[in-house]
Ligand binder design. Structure first.
Ligand code: SAM
Ligand code: SF4
Length: 330
């Protein structure tokens, strides 16, 4: 079975935010003072599993758990274990994770045991003080320890770096060299105008086409057709053994090939990261509805998936999304 949207894009990738909570407060993601949702509003693990089952029946092949920080969700491994069983008998082929890495030291072994072979770790700098600054209080040692533990357990790591104005623009070559020496592919991401944080988005945003041009002078990039199922465009260089990716929602729209939808921790299905529309599944899950009804709603949601996002950043208009990134995950 295949899930296809109104523009005939095949949708086989589901991202699930398993919690809105996080042990960090990255300045482009959250405000310093955040209010998190009461537990009763968050889908239970059983509800997440049932919703996932319906998506998998309809053709979803890849699930990414995200957040907030997915590893702060209690019993997250139990959910992964259950999803992993489904790989034997359903459409599901891969379960992966986007994490800030702080808790990987504790969880890498269990992740690997439960079929997680690749993860994305978010890291915007390799400088201890700057890391503490961008995350507002994080300790980089926890991330390095976590990455080492994941490596020991043979989990393949891709590093995600948000390029933040006047913060890490000058450091990207260092990040490339560090990633290269540790054999982690590295993807740069443009700041996206989700709900307001504590500084205006136009003071955070760096267009990645300009960064690409500068780095290309050093690395003489060659475009690859590699695709990990996400929105990044990947490049290789004779000087590197890793791939460098660029995720450029603002400077180079990639919506034409979008293959994904996102469920928030409260069960809202967002058909597009850069739009405010959603279909709410929590009440459906909590009423006496059949799986057929859930599938019908999923198909309906896909039939109204928008053609493209509405992201825009400039100093005059502020078309912010009405939610922070932790609602749907990256
Ligand atoms: N806590 C996990 C982490 O940081 O990897 C998962 C959730 S986090 C919201 C997912 C990704 O979104 C991270 O790579 C993060 O850097 C990125 N992100 C958060 N806010 C963003 C924004 N406004 N624009 C672009 N990327 C953002
Ligand atoms: Fe937490 Fe990830 Fe957001 Fe940073 S980007 S505050 S680690 S959810």
């Amino acid at each position: 079975m295949e899930l296809v949207d109104q523009f005939l894009r095949k949708i086989n990738y589901l991202r699930i935010s398993v919690t809105d909570r996080c042990d960090l407060r990255c300045v482009y993601c959250m405000k310093e003072k955040m209010e998190f949702l009461p537990k009763k509003e968050i889908l239970t693990l059983e509800e997440i599993e049932r919703l996932s089952d319906n998506f998998i029946d309809l053709g979803v092949e890849k699930i990414r758990l995200t957040g907030g920080e997915p590893l702060v969700r209690k019993d997250i491994i139990k959910l992964i274990e259950k999803l992993n069983y489904k790989k034997n008998s359903t459409n599901l082929k891969e379960i992966t994770l986007t994490t800030n890495g702080t808790l990987l030291k504790n969880y890498s072994y269990e992740l690997k045991q439960n079929g997680v072979n690749r993860i994305n770790v978010s890291l915007d700098t390799i400088d201890e003080d700057k890391y503490n600054q961008i995350t507002r209080f994080g300790k980089i040692k926890n991330v390095f320890d976590g990455i080492n533990e994941a490596k020991k357990n043979k989990i393949k790591i891709k590093i995600n770096t948000v390029v933040f104005k006047n913060f890490n623009e000058m450091e990207l070559e260092n990040l490339i060299e560090w990633s290269n020496s540790n054999n982690h592919d590295l993807t740069f991401i443009e700041v996206m105008p989700m709900d307001e944080t504590d500084s205006p988005r136009d003071l955070q945003f760096v267009p990645l086409n300009k960064i690409y041009e500068k780095l290309d002078l050093i690395y003489n990039f060659k475009k690859t057709n590699d695709n990990t199922g996400g929105p990044a465009k990947y490049y290789k260089s004779d000087k590197l053994k890793i791939k460098i990716g660029f995720i450029t929602p603002l400077t180079n729209n990639f919506c034409e090939s979008c293959n994904r939808v996102r469920i928030s921790s409260t069960g809202k299905l967002y058909m597009c990261l850069g739009q405010n529309d959603y279909v709410d599944f929590r009440e459906i899950m909590r009423s006496d509805r059949s799986d057929d009804f859930i599938k019908e709603k999923i198909r309906f949601a896909l039939s109204i998936k928008p053609k493209k996002h509405d992201f825009m950043i400039n100093s005059e208009i502020k078309p912010y999304m009405k939610r922070h990134m932790n609602v749907t995950g990256g």
